[in-house]
Design a protein around this ligand. Sequence first.
Ligand SMILES: C[S@@+](CC[C@H](N)C(=O)[O-])C[C@H]1O[C@@H](n2cnc3c(N)ncnc32)[C@H](O)[C@@H]1O
Length: 279
Amino acid sequence: MTRRGSIDALAARLTGLYDAREARSIALAAVAELSGLSPSALLTDPEAELAVEGLEEAAARLAAGEPLQYVVGHTEFYGRRFAVREGVLIPRPETEELVDAILHGEREARRLLDVGTGSGCIAASLALGMPGTEVFAADISDDALTVAAENFQQLGAAVTLRKADALNGLEEAFPERFDAIVSNPPYVPESDRAAMHPNVRDHEPGLALFVPDDDAIRFYRAIARAGRQMLTPGGRLWFEIYERAAAEIVRMLGAEGYTDTEVREDLFGKPRMVCTRLK
Ligand SMILES: C[S@@+](CC[C@H](N)C(=O)[O-])C[C@H]1O[C@@H](n2cnc3c(N)ncnc32)[C@H](O)[C@@H]1O
């Protein structure tokens, strides 16, 4: 088949699951990845013959709704390649903004903790971007801990990784004192599950995404409470948040003893990040 033919055939299989434009861009990225050619090389010589090993298997997985990043086994985050697979959340571009804000806002930090590290994307980006800072990371999921450890090793990121429950006993798992605690915790209310795109809902781990509707800010509250003991005086919390929870999180942080709370918007203009300081 020609290069164009391979892309067209895959895009046709994905249409319905994705809109036509997205289907085409996923097909192009998948064929590029599997053929080892760049998307621009594929497009500049579309009539050249192309034999791609593994394309049929990849196409079947994509047509079943599996995200491209799981099928190819990696994604890009803050300029680096991270391994991802089923059981671990695929890092999102909004989270790159959180990393960027911390790299600029925590230049003096000696010790940082990332709670709910997933693929390790935040912790590794901070460790590599702040060579003088000791970085720690926690997750409750064994799948996440395995993938994060692989990514830290592959990227040469010096991160101390521990299994810990953010909702229970975080202080005991991390007796060190931190200048900042960072988290992009699960924050999607269960009632939003049905409206999510099936490739997220049916393939990414529920443990990484969902919280009960009647206590959607539970992770923020638990980390803020633990932070009173875990942070150095004036230490800061950095959270990625669900846009609709911003006001409730700000109120809770005030009640838990934090000050100078700031809500920042993401590239799409939605409240997405909170930074606050222990009084
Ligand atoms: C939204 S994901 C974020 C992953 C990664 N930090 C990122 O930004 O891509 C939330 C993470 O929290 C972890 N998690 C869920 N419940 C937890 C708990 N009780 N204690 C610690 N981690 C938890 C999940 O396994 C998942 O890796």
